[in-house]
Ligand binder design. Structure first.
Ligand code: NAP
Length: 345
């Protein structure tokens, strides 16, 4: 990580001699693996404290890696009293905002006497990062770092995420040291807190649209009689991007369960942020609008299936946006077997 021009946050944050006490809030599809990798890395003053709305997930993590690596926090407030670095990975802006407002309330009731670094790894709108940064600047020894991540849950499990960071340089250094077992690369975007969330949204929008285009091509392959598999195999040869490979595999094999992937609601909400950013900066991104429509169409088909008890998945994955193209092409939305070879010569 290259240094930006930030001033040191607090002298004790420069002291790298003793490991820091770590807390983690949010153990969903991504957070579970990220917390697990930090907890088992030996980089934190073990065990790390873990917290989640559904406590069973925190208990499952502790069962998996043992109490020498992680302990379930009695409450989110305990993360603040006991930890030096508190990571969060949460579903939406609303949740992130609520959790950080609660943190601020707890801090104001009992002012911290030692430095605390808060690192949010969720995908949030850049202006929310600014709001949280301002909120925390009111507490003299608290600092906020934005650190959104790239990669699916499988990459989180394998410690292969790409992490983008913005915020105070010394706080980022501390956080980056802890995040090494989580990612294959950490990119420093400097001191301006909104930069990392902004880059995350720009690239997320592009990736999601690339997947929408892939869905169109697979559908056309199916209709042509060549088959979606042939299209997918060639895409892997000529454009072997991890996102296309992973999403293409899900589309081909109907792996539309969003619980271990990226839930379609998250996709719709992230594209909302991208569209908002594009409008704010007067930079039209029409393909993003179209991709969001594909997601919404797939979601509405899925919701109707759920209502009639015909859905195989409780939570739909973003890769299911292919349903929108299948339906437009006169095919079954989610069931590939119905139309594996459409045209025969
Ligand atoms: N999935 C991906 O491929 C991917 C990739 C990169 C980045 N991300 C980003 O990572 C973040 C998490 O995504 P995910 O896929 O891990 O989502 P997820 O599986 O739905 O997990 C969301 C987390 O937020 C918590 N949460 C939801 N509502 C809450 C509330 N009202 N109060 C407190 N906690 C609440 C959940 O707690 P419960 O367990 O109790 O529900 C869970 O810990 C998002 O910002 C997403 O954009 C996801």
């Amino acid at each position: 990580m290259q240094p930006s021009n930030d001033q040191p946050a607090h002298p004790s944050l420069l002291d790298s001699s003793c490991p820091l006490k770590v807390g983690w809030y949010g153990l969903g599809a991504m957070g579970y693996f990220m917390a697990r990798n930090i907890a088992t890395s030996g980089r934190a003053a073990s065990p790390i404290l873990v917290c989640n709305r559904t406590v069973a997930k925190a208990e499952r993590l502790v069962d998996e890696i043992g109490t020498s690596n992680a302990i379930v926090a009695s409450s989110s407030a305990q993360l603040l009293t006991d930890c030096d670095v508190i990571f969060t990975n949460l579903a939406t802006d609303e949740v992130v905002q609520r959790v950080y407002n609660d943190f601020a309330k707890t801090l104001s009731q009992s002012l911290p006497t030692s430095p605390k670094i808060f690192v949010d790894t969720s995908t949030i709108r850049p202006s929310l990062a600014v709001e949280i940064d301002k909120l925390f600047s009111g507490f003299s020894c608290c600092h906020f770092v934005a650190a959104p991540v790239f990669g699916p849950p499988a990459a989180a499990g394998a410690g292969q995420l790409t992490i983008i960071m913005s915020g105070d340089y010394n706080c980022k250094r501390k956080a980056a040291h802890l995040l090494i077992p989580v990612g294959k690369k950490i990119i420093d975007l400097g001191g301006n807190i909104e930069r990392a969330p902004m880059l995350k949204l720009i690239c997320n929008g592009m990736l999601m649209s690339a997947n929408d285009l892939l869905a169109e091509a697979l559908t056309l392959g199916e209709k042509s009689g060549i088959g979606a598999q042939a299209v997918y195999s060639l895409v892997k040869e000529i454009m072997p991007a991890p996102s296309l490979i992973i999403y293409g595999d899900r589309m081909l094999n109907e792996r539309f369960d969003g619980t271990g992937g990226c839930a379609i609601d998250l996709g719709v909400s992230v594209l909302d942020h991208v569209r908002h950013l594009a409008a704010e900066l007067n930079c039209p991104m029409p393909t993003i609008d179209i991709t969001q429509q594909s997601l919404i169409t797939a979601r509405s088909i899925h919701e109707r299936q759920k209502r009639t008890g015909n859905s195989r998945w409780d939570i739909l994955d973003c890769s299911a946006l292919i349903a929108s193209h299948r339906v437009s092409a006169g095919l079954n939305p989610f069931d590939c077997d119905d139309h594996r070879v459409i045209r025969e010569d």
